[in-house]
Design a protein around this ligand. Structure first.
Ligand code: CUA
Length: 348
């Protein structure tokens, strides 16, 4: 009957082995998306430390419960027996209060230090104003001449500290770039702030992390981390979109080029195709009307109004205020012309 003689030693042994397996598994699993900002390493390390500390506690509690259920189970003939009464154990109670308190205070202090570190203010921060609206993001880059550059895609120069000023026009949203780890709510009426310094070239998803309505799942955009020179070129292009796209001041695109630009705009990440089904663009969204049906017989003017003033008329079976009302601001004039030309073409 070794079980009876050394229950605590057995429990501790089982617990230690299970903890070791649990920690090894937790560290072996690759939990994190791309490592693309200076904020990532401290946050990932904090997460690992939290797991290393909490897994043994979870395993210990589980082991004690399961072991006790098995080792001290009722046997035939013990139906009417009762265990000895328990009168408390002061030393044990002090112990099990003090240890968790020390662990909690240590982890909180560590987490606070990480938070202070990743939110450190930098000189020469690039300020990006992030605006959330059901169900789209727009990014505004203040310019010296007073006219901000507004885009529905997030462009950031590599290794440049960025401060995001986040606002919501309607309900609670949450601005999150998983590759930068950090995220924060967009709260109507106040401006929340987030800092990140991108360190890796590439494109990374921007998502909404707060259930905000029917289109929550498609409230997405893309963060493009580019070289500082490419960022300056992009900014210059956005300031003079016609010159950049056409290769000459005021040059007009041919009908074919417009339709191609429109198709590209339609299919872009977080754009029309996320919510609308359109066979020609290969999109299957169901948040908004099926454009293969809704578009037939519509004039260019009607299509343009549907894009820039989506609440003017609502397709039966759909609600108002689902489609973002700000596409006239977030798309360039040329993208809008292209979209209208493209949709008018495919609807015929
Ligand atoms: Cu916006 Cu979820």
């Amino acid at each position: 009957m070794t079980v009876r003689r050394h229950p605590i030693i057995q429990m501790v042994a089982i617990g230690a082995i299970a903890s070791a397996i649990g920690i090894a598994l937790a560290l072996w699993i690759d939990w994190f998306p791309a490592d693309a900002a200076t904020q990532d390493q401290p946050i990932d390390t904090l997460y690992d430390v939290l797991m290393i500390v909490s897994i043994p506690i979870f395993v210990l509690v589980t082991t004690v419960i399961l072991y006790s259920v098995w080792a001290f189970r009722m046997r035939p003939g013990q139906e009417n027996e009762d265990g000895p009464p328990i009168h408390g154990h002061t030393r044990l109670e002090v112990f099990w209060t003090a240890i968790p308190a020390i662990i909690l205070v240590s982890l909180c202090s560590y987490a606070y230090a990480v938070l202070t570190d990743i939110e450190k203010k930098h000189d020469n921060e690039l300020v990006v104003k992030v605006q959330a609206v059901q169900f789209a993001w727009s990014f505004s880059y203040p310019q010296a001449d007073g006219r901000p550059v507004v885009s529905n895609q997030l462009y950031l120069p590599k290794d440049q500290p960025v401060r995001f000023d986040i606002r919501s026009e309607d309900v609670l949203h949450d601005f999150w770039v998983p590759a930068f780890r950090v995220k924060i709510d967009a709260v109507p009426g106040i401006t929340t702030t987030l800092r990140a310094t991108p360190t890796k070239l590439g494109t990374f998803p921007v998502v909404c992390a707060e259930l905000c309505g029917l289109g929550h799942a498609v409230m997405r955009s893309t963060a493009h981390v580019v070289s500082p020179a490419a960022f300056d070129r992009w900014l210059a292009g956005e300031r003079a979109p016609v010159a950049a796209a056409g290769g000459g001041e005021g040059r007009k695109l041919s009908q074919e080029q417009l339709v191609a630009l429109g198709r590209e705009t339609f299919a872009g990440d977080g754009s029309c195709g996320a919510c609308h089904t359109l066979a020609d663009a290969g999109s299957t969204g169901t948040t908004g009307p099926n454009l293969d049906r809704a578009l037939s017989g519509q004039s260019e003017d009607e299509i343009r109004t549907d894009i820039v003033d989506p609440n003017a008329r609502i397709t039966p079976g759909f609600s108002a205020n689902i489609m973002p009302p700000n596409f006239e601001q977030t798309l360039s004039a040329q993208q809008l012309d292209g979209l209208v030309a493209y949709l008018a073409t495919v609807s015929k």
